[in-house]
Design a protein around this ligand. Sequence first.
Ligand code: PXP
Length: 242
Amino acid sequence: MIRLFVNVDHVATIREARKTIEPSPLKAALLAEKAGAQGITIHLREDRRHIQDDDVRIIRKGINTPLNLEMAPTEEMVKLALEILPYQISLVPEKRQEITTEGGLEICSQEKSLAEIGEKMHDRGILFSLFVDPDAKQLDAAKRIKADSIEINTGKYTELESAEEVEEELERIRVSAKRAAEMGLKVFAGHGLNYQNVKKIAAIPEIEELNIGHFIIGQAIYKGMENAVTEMIRSIKTGRGQ
Ligand code: PXP
């Protein structure tokens, strides 16, 4: 079974639209857990557009499953991660003006500084993951800097329209998943996944963990958080042939 980590950032997006206290990302996270999510993901962005520093502390203490903290490789975020001690950090590239994470991390040009972050996390027992495009160069670099896992960026796969291009991108993801697993990296995936497009990703045997946020939170508006998560788990299982 693939583990589903539910990203609750966009519960905070709605709250921050009014700078108030509801809806609560912690309450949403607890409902996701109740529905079977095996972990919770949050991204503390430099501009604090959704998740706030206190959310990280409150969610870390309040949830019953592992916390995956997505963050940019900056000094500020490293300091916070070492204070909060999440189960895992996932390094992502961050641009101020982007609507969401636009691509994987460029590891090759900053191996030394990323390796130092990984070492600090490992010293405190925190797993060290890197969000990467399905590109052999980046996977090899992730291995060199001793990442525990890579999360393959499925964003492009979920955005392409022609069936041929979708298949080509899927093949790149499959090949990358295999290459990473053969090197001993754990393989995760995420970005832009929904009930339909998740199935072909879930069918890739090396993938152990999925991070899904925006679509689940959107569906939760119609049918509630638990139903939205339950249905995603059903799609993942269907894709996996379970
Ligand atoms: N993985 C990473 C690294 C991300 O930055 C995001 C978005 O925060 C996701 C997964 C989840 O993407 P989505 O919200 O499109 O499901």
